[in-house]
Write a protein that binds this ligand. Structure first.
Ligand code: NAD
Length: 489
């Protein structure tokens, strides 16, 4: 079973499914506001035990050195998740409000299958590199570079793409030889706990290698970041929390890998098919109610065709109804919580205060009396200096801005504290590629290319984070480098 049989999920600590020291807490369906069930609520003592188990599993077993075991276990995890994929799908739709159509990709099946990439990478990796003999300082020396696991990884994750983010940390961290304490977001405990249950009941992953600690108290994450027994933090979440994690980790100088927020730009050049480009931008701004860190939420269009672009975007976003994520054709589901809905509404109020207007949407849809819905919204009339254009909103909201040519478009795209992603649409592919090359971001889509795949690194420049998830680069985040010099005398 992937779902808790009694409606209460457990923690996974030292190979055992256990209750939380702080009792249980409700997990809510954001589309209906109904309670789905209960999750174990961990306290500080649970987190302490989880870190202790991960430390012992790293120090006292051969997990970090037994590549064949790890490869087998990561593939086993992929296979058991695939076996239960339909139960996991229903849970993910219900708990994360994820539109069903996205569970065939990044919301579930994509990251589950990508565990295979992590296992393949470990199996084929050059763990040892022979640099040959030399005589540095005149002393004959044989030089070898060895790559090995960092140690105990504390993984702290958000709620928006729970499986993508949990598994894109667990897969490479485990395949590389680390042990892990995963602290998922309080909004999606079941998505993580189900993985823990399947690990405990259906894999040979040794006790303590994976520990999953659900809870309502955000300080559980801070405990992980501060604890000297933890060697590395792999964090995905908001930039504000990322800063706090980095500061907490500083005392023990642990390695910190951060995937943070974004405010990415979709640039439409003056030789592009404006209507088609704006339609793509509008559609993608609605996906999962805009709760994707890399969604392009600033549509930057030629000034001379600004009104036409606003109308094209509003035509698409106005026709996409926020609704039941369980339906196969729903693109825009609910926001995750009342708090997030209120936060997005606060930005819509701010847009009006800053002089913007709504070309469509602007608040809660009339036809959804329950659930944390916001209607897809196009904001016009603002500049890139407005707070609405600079701050991450994390809702189905697209702000349309005007540019005065390619240089100005690049300037606007880069005039952001963030640097996560970007899109360029242009009629001349070489010109579009030249504009894309100037963007200070970690991933770029040119004329509709897709960067999301197991072998493509993903991550941010500037305040969108440091390090990369996925690809070989994502695997190597979880490795240390040891240089061994052996006297050849
Ligand atoms: P958040 O920063 O509020 O929380 C993320 C996680 O950090 C949660 O597990 C939370 O419990 C924990 N946490 C909170 N305070 C903490 C502290 N002081 N110390 C340690 N851990 C703490 O983020 P969220 O609201 O859950 O998620 C939305 C944010 O995540 C958005 O900003 C979004 O852009 C970002 N995000 C980034 C990426 C990426 O890859 N760049 C992917 C998805 C989401």
């Amino acid at each position: 079973m992937a779902l808790p049989a009694d409606g209460i999920s457990s923690l996974l600590i030292d190979g055992k499914l256990v209750p939380g020291g702080a009792g249980t807490f409700a997990t809510i369906n954001p589309a209906t506001e109904e309670v789905l069930g209960e999750a174990a609520d961990a306290d500080a003592a649970d987190m302490d035990r989880a870190i202790d188990a991960a430390r012992r599993a790293f120090d006292d077993t051969d997990w970090s050195r037994n590549t064949a075991l790890r490869v087998r276990c990561v593939r086993q995890l992929r296979d058991v998740l695939l076996k239960h994929v339909d139960e996991l799908r229903e849970m993910t739709i219900a708990e994360a409000g994820a539109p069903r159509m996205l569970t065939a990709g990044a919301q579930l099946e994509g990251p589950v299958n990508d565990l295979g990439f992590a296992a393949d990478t470990a199996e084929n990796y050059s763990w040892t590199e022979d640099l040959g003999q030399a005589a540095p300082l005149g002393i004959p020396t044989r030089r070898t570079i060895v790559r090995e696991a960092v140690g105990v990884v504390g993984a702290i994750t958000p709620w928006n793409f729970p499986h993508q983010i949990n598994l894109a940390k667990l897969g490479p961290a485990l395949a590389a030889g680390n042990t892990v304490v995963l602290k998922p977001a309080p909004d999606t405990p079941w998505c993580a706990a189900a993985v823990g249950q399947l690990i405990a009941e259906h894999t040979d992953i040794p006790p303590g290698v994976v520990n999953i600690v659900t809870g309502t108290d955000h300080r559980l994450g801070a405990i992980l970041a501060k604890d000297p027994r933890v060697d590395m933090i792999s964090f995905t979440g908001s930039t504000a929390t990322g800063r706090a994690v980095m500061a907490d980790a500083a005392a023990t100088v642990k390695k910190v890998f951060l995937e943070l927020g974004g405010k990415s730009a979709f640039l439409v050049l003056d030789d592009a098919d404006l209507g088609a480009a704006c339609s793509v931008a509008a559609f993608s701004a609605c996906l999962h109610a805009g709760q994707g860190c890399a969604i392009t939420t600033r549509l930057v269009v030629p000034r001379a065709r600004y009104d036409e672009a606003v109308a094209a975007a509003a035509g698409v976003m106005g026709s996409i109804k926020a609704g039941d994520p369980a339906k196969p054709d729903t693109v825009c589901g609910p926001l995750i919580s009342a708090r997030q809905r209120d936060r997005v509404q606060g930005y819509l109020d701010l847009a009006v205060a800053e002089g913007g207007t709504f070309a469509c949407g602007g608040g809660r849809p009339d036809d959804q009396p329950a659930g944390y819905f916001i209607a897809p919204t196009v904001i016009a009339g603002l500049t890139n200096e407005s707070r609405v254009a600079r701050e991450e909103i994390f809702g189905p909201v697209l702000t349309v801005l005007a540019h005065d040519g390619d240089d100005d478009a690049v300037r606007i795209a880069n005039d952001s504290p963030y640097g996560l992603s970007g899109t360029v649409y242009g009629g001349d592919p070489q010109r579009a590629a030249a504009v894309a090359a100037r963007l200070r971001v970690g991933t770029v889509n040119v004329n509709g290319g897709v960067w999301y795949s197991a072998d493509m690194p993903f991550g941010g420049y500037k305040q969108s984070g440091n390090g990369r998830e996925m690809g070989i680069a994502g695997f190597e985040e979880y490795l240390e480098i040891k240089s061994i010099a052996t006297s050849a005398n």
